[in-house]
Design a protein around this ligand. Structure first.
Ligand code: AKG
Ligand code: FE2
Length: 196
């Protein structure tokens, strides 16, 4: 039987965040995780952090049609490959958006993470959707308000989940994937974007 994905709308002021739980079923998620793990040109990149070069606490890759300045580096895209196009064509009608690039993150274990940030680079089409697909280990995903960092919300992103952030979300909120002491396996995250 084909499981229907369920849609959750986050109740968050000055934000538009929707999560489709299990948009990719177990078998699809397992296949995509394996394909991406092997086919993606994962890199351990240095970024500028308070003027210093530091290695990112995760592996990354960037594919698509336009360069993207991110955390003090300019990421040059690699050309689309099949599994990325397959995922993109599944999520585009759901997000009602044509994406032209994807940033991928590989969290090798619980100590890999992504710190607080907003995806508000000028090169991102303002208000456009960011479509985030997760495969592998479940990780915590948190939002906090930019003008009052005590206001936080916490959710979990699991294998096959699809999260869409758009509208004013990046203007008012930051998000992060914190590290965890739990013994967990790898997670692959793809954030599809619209670059101007
Ligand atoms: O791994 C995630 O779920 C978040 C990734 C993210 O925020 C980003 O790539 O900008
Ligand atoms: Fe982000």
């Amino acid at each position: 039987m084909k499981l229907q994905a369920t849609k959750e709308k986050l109740i968050l002021e000055n934000a538009d965040v929707v999560i489709w739980r299990g948009l990719f079923n177990r078998d699809e998620s397992k296949r995509f995780f394996g394909e991406l793990y092997h086919a993606i040109a994962w890199k351990h990149e240095a970024i500028k952090f308070f003027g210093k070069q530091v290695l990112q606490p995760r592996l990354t890759a960037y594919y698509g049609e336009k360069p993207y300045p991110y955390s003090g580096i300019i990421m040059q895209p690699l050309p689309w490959i099949d599994p990325l196009l397959e995922i993109k064509s599944k999520i585009e009608p759901i997000a009602n958006t044509k994406f032209n690039a994807v940033l991928l993150n590989l969290y090798r274990d619980g100590s890999d993470r992504m710190g607080w940030h907003s995806d508000d680079e000028r090169e991102l089409a303002p208000g456009s959707a960011i479509g985030s697909v997760s495969f592998g280990a479940t990780r915590r995903f948190m939002f906090r308000r930019r003008d009052n960092r005590k206001i936080k919300i916490d959710l979990e992103l699991a294998d096959g989940d699809f999260l869409v952030m758009q509208g004013e979300t990046q203007l008012f909120w930051q998000h992060q994937v914190p590290k965890t002491a739990k013994k967990i396996g790898a997670r692959i995250n793809l954030t599809f974007r619209v670059i101007r």
